[in-house]
Ligand binder design. Sequence first.
Ligand SMILES: [Zn+2]
Length: 212
Amino acid sequence: MFANLFINPFIQLFWLLVLVLFAEIFMFFVTRTLFNNLIMALRHKGLPHPIPDEIKQLSEQMGVKLKEFRVAERFDNAYTNGNDVVIGDLLLQGLKKDELLAVIAHEFAHIKENHLPIRFVSIIPLFLIANASFNHLPSLLQSIAALAYLMVVMIPFNWYLEIRADRLASKYVDASHLSSALTVLNGGRDLKEGSESHPPIRTRIQLLAKNQ
Ligand SMILES: [Zn+2]
């Protein structure tokens, strides 16, 4: 009876589907943790926009070279690819001018401290270390275990970089503007919920309150 569970072709197909589903969910979280900015850059490229004077001034104050300021349609977030800052039109509509500058200051902080290249470069040695430490496992399991390990390690690292960017931004803009911008950015979602790439908004607001 028990052996039948694995011999029956329908049940084998069921387990195969479960495995594929698990692999997809797993890879979804891995890519979201490791390549969040890359995913956003592919999905929301945006169109170049003249750089507003206030944003130019802010970039000069922060010592950041901004190549392009782009606005992406039907997008409710902001990101940087290391040279450009892209902001979604949906977010733009919901922000006051000071809040927009606060969001830009956060993105400039990522550029100023090279967070994007640091994240990419750190993935390689971390993956190699993880891969070597799981070398007793069969090769497929070894890669899965190494990716899972990498994901677990990268989450607090991603969060740390976000908190650093908030802290640096609040040296150039009022922290209260960044806090209110984060609330707009969060939409109706739970403030206590973090993601693979960002700490919970409530934590970020609490930390920003200390900078005021
Ligand atoms: Zn950020």
